[in-house]
Write a protein that binds this ligand. Structure first.
Ligand SMILES: Cc1cc2nc3c(=O)[nH]c(=O)nc-3n(C[C@H](O)[C@H](O)[C@H](O)COP(=O)(O)O)c2cc1C
Length: 192
């Protein structure tokens, strides 16, 4: 069976969101995560969680708005967790948000670690630092983490090698999640 042309072969209508840990709202990192979600799902991510918007609420563990965001993210099928590279790693802002998630809170959620940096020196940072946190929370991370040079964030071709290598893996993980939930198997729609 041919793959869907509307969503690049991904399971029909996965709930796709982004979480962006940049103290600067509407950042290049946010735009990169948004673009990646659109490329994977064929439509804009919903929700698009820009952690900068929470301000000091992120440090208040009783903050209802942040708690609601945690619950919403837990209910998604595919989430891109994005951060700029700060001091060779992902930001403390993203960590503060992820610390709010209970153990295994992302059980079975398909996650993509994404980081932007000023140069190639820290290209392994999303794989070495961000992936383990998402794995600790139980997420399924079927593709390599993506690292982009910040000046490439608005060049669609910069995403293409990663997309070509990762679409099938992500589609298969989403289909496995769907099957585990008891929905009809759509394995034949996963691209080779
Ligand atoms: C505090 C700070 C620390 C940074 N540390 C690094 C770093 O260690 N490695 C790197 O490649 N870029 C580093 N950068 C550059 C940013 O990762 C890069 O410009 C990124 O694209 C910023 O994301 P934004 O454009 O979405 O704000 C740093 C920037 C700041 C502000």
């Amino acid at each position: 069976m041919s793959q869907s042309t509307e969503n690049n072969g991904l399971t029909d209508f996965p709930r796709v969101g982004i979480v962006v840990g940049n103290p600067k709202p509407g950042s290049r990192t946010f735009q990169a995560a948004h673009h990646l979600a659109e490329q994977l799902a064929g439509r804009a991510p919903d929700p698009a969680v820009d952690l900068a918007s929470f301000g000091s609420g992120l440090l208040d563990w009783s903050d209802a708005e942040v708690d609601a965001a945690v619950q919403t993210v837990r209910g998604l099928d595919l989430v891109i967790f994005a951060s700029p590279t700060f001091k060779a790693s992902y930001t403390g802002l993203l960590k503060v948000f992820l610390d709010r998630f209970p153990s295994n809170a992302l059980d079975g959620v398909v996650a993509v670690p994404l980081m932007l940096g000023a140069g190639p020196g820290h290209a392994l940072a999303p794989e070495v630092f961000l992936r383990p946190v998402l794995a600790e929370l139980g997420a399924s991370i079927p593709a390599k983490a993506l690292y982009l040079i910040d000046t490439d964030h608005d060049r669609p071709e910069a995403y293409e090698p990663w997309l070509a290598a990762s679409r099938g893996r992500i589609a298969a993980a989403l289909n496995a999640r769907r099957a585990a939930a008891g929905a009809p198997d759509q394995a034949n729609e996963v691209p080779a």
